[in-house]
Design a protein around this ligand. Structure first.
Ligand code: SF4
Length: 148
């Protein structure tokens, strides 16, 4: 998962077929659920060791990548991170040329939030808290729109 830049990450040293199974949409080829979970958590550990995790994650969030567990973070959790960053005032629109760099810095500054959203998207308790957060987010957005 090198994205479109020239920086290489930990996963780039693995064969493409293995990358697809661990980070991509090919996980279904592994039939055993326990093996699937092991592969997922191994991918997550490798991402957490990766020197370009924040850049990788920022690129996938900006590009609205709809698949894969990029940076060890699934699609739902990446959407949540995008919302958090925008609430924090980051301009992630296409017209801002610094959006990927700014988001990378923001992600590096909020490692606890990355862990939190990842947990929210992968556990039952986390999913319950996520729906509460989404409710709060919609409320805040409605108030903001009413003020504007
Ligand atoms: S963060 Fe994970 S998916 Fe991204 S380059 Fe590193 S190992 Fe690959």
């Amino acid at each position: 998962m090198n994205g479109s830049n020239h920086i290489t990450g930990v996963c780039s040293g693995l064969p493409l077929g293995i990358q697809d199974i661990m980070w991509g949409t090919d996980n279904g080829r592994v039939k055993n659920r326990s093996d699937q979970r092991t592969l997922k958590s191994t991918a997550r550990i490798l991402c957490d060791m990766c020197p370009i995790q924040a850049e990788c994650l920022a690129q996938s969030i900006i590009g609205r990548e709809q698949h894969n567990r990029i940076g060890g973070v699934d699609v739902k959790a990446r959407r949540m991170l995008r919302r958090h960053a925008e609430i924090d005032g980051l301009d992630l629109s296409n017209s801002n040329p610094a959006r990927t760099r700014n988001l990378t810095t923001w992600l590096r500054d909020h490692p606890e939030l990355v862990r939190e959203v990842r947990e929210q998207s992968s556990t039952r308790e986390g999913r319950r808290r996520r729906s509460e957060d989404q409710y709060v987010y919609r409320q805040r957005k409605a108030v903001k729109q009413a003020v504007e």
